[in-house]
Design a protein around this ligand. Structure first.
Ligand SMILES: C[S@@+](CC[C@H](N)C(=O)[O-])C[C@H]1O[C@@H](n2cnc3c(N)ncnc32)[C@H](O)[C@@H]1O
Length: 291
């Protein structure tokens, strides 16, 4: 939804923009093009490999960008450290990148045999294997149910506790095999049976919903009047947090808040875009403007 993001951000030549999830640098490059010749971009990502890749992609833009390995909920501090009071636009493209899924070696994908790590930031403490080893059966069931919307959360949690009593769950294959054995008729569903469990663990390991909520709390303070934010989410829980928080921040007619919604209804990708990129299937885009 690159075209929609750059259109909603209404990039202008002298603007300063933040890409809070710079990833491979696709959105960042589009923003730098749309804000040429002198727009500036600060790119953040908590994955050091993403920072390396984005640096390569953005090389042609010379001095117009800077990249930092940071969590996007530290946006206010990052800007303050650079003496920037507020910016013209911010984009977040949440979730996991194709590179993380396919070539990070950190166990994000159930299609590869890798250690059950799932940390986007390798400096953070807790891996997916740690959570599977440490949480109680109740806590695991809640995690799979709440973050994965997994119908068989209890069965899977029970299977984890039984399996780890014999030996620790260490690889993606250990977990995939466990899920297959725990869910009745697992091989018959259209979605891979481990999809929801993997997603739930990734969200928990990276505290994704907490980070998003804390970013949204800081948002009005880091946008200048007329500045805009675009948030792409890929999970219904994420989208719910974005929707409610943006709505709260935009207030009511009698008591307007600091933001104005630019998307009264959520935007979804066009069918051609989903055909070209199946990962876009669940994308939802919301945007707002600082008044
Ligand atoms: C879907 S990818 C972004 C792709 C990017 N828009 C592009 O065009 O290549 C999401 C990225 O956000 C990063 N990320 C997720 N949560 C983050 C957070 N709280 N703070 C900083 N980066 C985060 C991930 O490490 C990943 O690289």
């Amino acid at each position: 939804m690159l075209a929609e993001v750059t259109a909603l951000l209404a990039c202008r030549p002298g603007g300063i923009y933040v890409d809070g999830t710079v990833g491979g640098g696709g959105h960042a490059a589009a923003i730098l093009e749309a804000s040429a010749p002198e727009g500036r971009l600060i790119g953040l990502d908590r994955d050091p490999e993403a920072i390396g890749r984005a640096g390569e992609t953005l090389k042609p833009f010379g001095e117009r960008f800077e990249l930092h390995q940071e969590n996007f909920d530290r946006i206010a501090e990052v800007l303050a450290e650079r003496g920037i009071p507020a910016v013209d636009g911010i984009v977040l493209d949440l979730g996991v990148s194709l590179d993380q899924l396919e070539s990070s070696g950190r166990g994000f994908s159930f299609r590869r045999e890798e250690p059950l790590d799932m940390r986007m930031d390798p400096r953070s403490q807790q891996t997916a294997a740690d959570l599977l080893a440490r949480l109680s059966e109740e806590e695991l069931a809640r995690l799979f149910r709440e973050f994965g919307e997994e119908r068989h959360a209890r069965r899977i949690a029970h299977a984890v506790v039984r399996a780890r009593a014999r030996r620790p769950l260490e690889t993606t294959t250990d977990l995939v095999q466990l899920v297959y054995a725990a869910i009745p008729g697992a091989g018959r569903s259209r979605l891979h049976p481990a999809t929801r469990v993997f997603m739930a663990l990734r969200i928990a390991v990276n505290r994704e919903l907490e980070r998003l909520a804390s970013f949204l709390d800081r948002l009005p303070g880091v946008l200048r009047p007329g500045g805009r934010v675009c948030i792409l989410s890929f999970h219904s829980l994420e989208d719910r947090i974005v929707k409610h928080r943006l709505r709260d921040l935009s207030g009511r007619r009698e008591t307007p808040g600091p933001l104005r919604l630019l998307t009264r209804r959520v935007l979804r990708p066009r069918p051609e875009e989903i055909a070209a990129n199946p990962l876009a299937r669940s994308a939802r885009l919301r945007a707002a403007e600082r008044i």
